[in-house]
Design a protein around this ligand. Structure first.
Ligand code: NDP
Ligand code: OXD
Length: 313
């Protein structure tokens, strides 16, 4: 039983140490050079080269080292195998920290005060309360629901949008494209926690931005995107952030990554930019998660947190 670590942009040695601690019977092979490809039955993957996995004829299950799986599903040569993604409290808590921190930075006018500090300027700006601000979350899955819960407890008015109708106490739930305009029309701070699929690709474009509420206490809509860069149209974002149709943005994800050196997003004063770190995949707890899943599968138990290959998430 060999687990292949095909992890681009992550440190495989750190993951191997995690597996050594929790599953000493699991043999580990590290991509790209694998001595015995036939022995590989499981693969833990992050952004593997398209076509790379098809050489492992005895693979049974693919694990994504993250919650998102577009790095796998967008490979036209991906073997037709079950894909298990990360659903884990550690990752969820990290994302909620990121979302709450950024929502609060925009509520508490962090960008304006940072500018004032740079200018040695002492001015107290009017401060709206959390319950005057409407936060809309695109995606009410594992991550969206946890963020929604925490923001609600802080006092924000929270709503969410998903493909199928969700039910959350104290959260106004919108579903499907037909309810998107109504959802956006009542959103001051928009948080994107959607997966990248054929349906969500390029969703956040100029028309979409123009549908956001403009009657809120923050003086203009704010976008926080920690979902995937391919969901936003970068040129439309830059235009809206420049002419004021968007007041500000916090962006953690881009297409492509790393963000191109010449992108205007780097220099816009109303953008808080981070290099895809909203919710890191921590090798310690997640190696234990994968090892537990493999052991259960070997005992004949069903896999959990499977990706639906039709919807792409
Ligand atoms: P889930 O699969 O649990 O939730 C996805 C949500 O998006 C669901 O509510 C789903 O609707 C909704 N959705 C999907 N497609 C559509 C659509 N076409 N229209 C409307 N709603 C849609 O995913 P997670 O919450 O675990 O993760 C979300 C994403 O966050 C990941 O796919 C990944 O891209 C990103 N991520 C980013 C990280 C970072 O560090 N920046 C870290 C981890 C994840 P429904 O409920 O009806 O199925
Ligand atoms: C993930 C990510 O999908 O880090 O987990 O983006």
């Amino acid at each position: 039983m060999t687990l292949l670590l095909a992890l681009n942009g992550m440190d495989p040695a750190e993951w191997a140490r995690g597996f050594a601690r929790t599953a000493s019977d699991l043999k580990i092979a590290i991509a790209p050079e694998v001595a015995d490809p036939e022995a590989v039955t499981y693969a833990l993957t992050w952004k593997p080269k398209p076509g790379y996995l098809k050489q492992f004829a005895n693979l049974k299950v693919l694990f994504s080292a993250g919650a998102g799986v577009d790095h796998l599903t967008l490979d036209p040569e991906l073997p037709d195998l079950p894909i298990v993604r990360v659903v884990h409290d550690d990752l969820t808590a990290r994302m909620t920290e990121y979302v709450v921190m950024n929502v609060l930075m925009h509520l508490r006018q962090h960008l304006a005060y940072a500018q004032q500090q740079a200018e040695r300027n002492w001015v107290q700006l009017p401060q709206p309360a959390a319950d005057e601000v409407r936060v809309g979350i695109l995606g009410l899955g594992t991550l969206g629901r946890d963020s929604a819960d925490t923001l609600k407890r802080i006092g924000f008015q929270v709503s969410g949008w998903s493909r199928s109708r969700q039910n959350m106490e104290g959260v106004a739930c919108f579903a499907g494209l037909e309810e998107l305009p109504a959802f956006l029309a009542q959103t001051d701070i928009l948080v994107c926690l959607l997966p990248l699929t054929e349906d969500t690709h390029g969703l956040i474009n100029a028309r979409f931005i123009d549908m956001l509420a403009r009657d809120g206490v923050l003086g203009g809509p704010v976008l926080i995107n920690a979902g995937r860069g391919g969901i936003q149209v970068e040129d439309d974002l830059v235009a809206a952030l420049t002419d004021g149709r968007l007041k500000a943005a916090s962006l953690d994800v881009f297409a492509p990554e790393p963000l191109r050196a010449e992108s205007r997003l780097w220099e816009l004063p109303n953008v808080i930019l981070t290099p895809h770190v909203a919710a890191d995949s921590a090798p310690g707890p997640l190696a234990a998660y994968v090892a537990t899943m493999i052991a259960a599968y070997e005992r004949g138990e069903p896999l959990r947190n499977l990706v639906n290959r039709k919807t792409g998430y």
